[in-house]
Ligand binder design. Sequence first.
Ligand SMILES: N[C@@H](CCC(=O)N[C@@H](CS)C(=O)NCC(=O)O)C(=O)O
Length: 205
Amino acid sequence: MITLFHSPNSRSTAIVMALHEMEVTDRVTLRLTEIPRADGTGRADPANPHPEGKVPLLDHDGVHVWERPAILTYLSDLFPDAPGIRPTGHSQRGPFLSWLTYYGDVVEPVFIMKAAELEHPYITAGLRGFDEVVARMAAALADGREYLLPDGFSTADLLMASPFMWFRDYLPEHPAIRAWFGRVTARASVQAVGAQDQLDAKKVA
Ligand SMILES: N[C@@H](CCC(=O)N[C@@H](CS)C(=O)NCC(=O)O)C(=O)O
């Protein structure tokens, strides 16, 4: 049995969107869970097996997978024929994994540093900064492609777009990035899960 611990309007939302894109919502059970929120609401759910009580967490027959890049990679291995992923052996598997890992290793920390207004030579040396993230995305989209991979949408687009969904002010004034973000957020998965999250948010904190 595969269960995703999900809290509405949180980092796990992108994983639920990915399940829709992969057309595997009937294969993965959603378990709504509570988390402590930045505004002081919510609490850790003792039933959530995440080591820090966070979401998302994927439970596959009692084996736990956490961190979104790992979960999206794991799902792509579990469902190699699903749309929206690049399975092992696919010519774009490497770039697909690279965007997922780049998100976790660089983009998310860079967003947090930006929000916290933190700068340090170690950060610049190790991660680079927000401008470099924007430049990397702009470079990928420079050839006119619609999504980050040259052969179309992937769940890596959901992950890379996810921080901009919460921090809309951070969306750069770059036409190709704005058009890409518009395409990602117009997708049926994003619209449907966003609407469902609003309903589910009333059930859990
Ligand atoms: N790097 C993790 C971050 C997970 C994370 O921080 N999730 C937040 C939700 S937005 C959470 O569960 N917070 C609850 C807490 O900090 O206790 C990932 O991307 O999966």
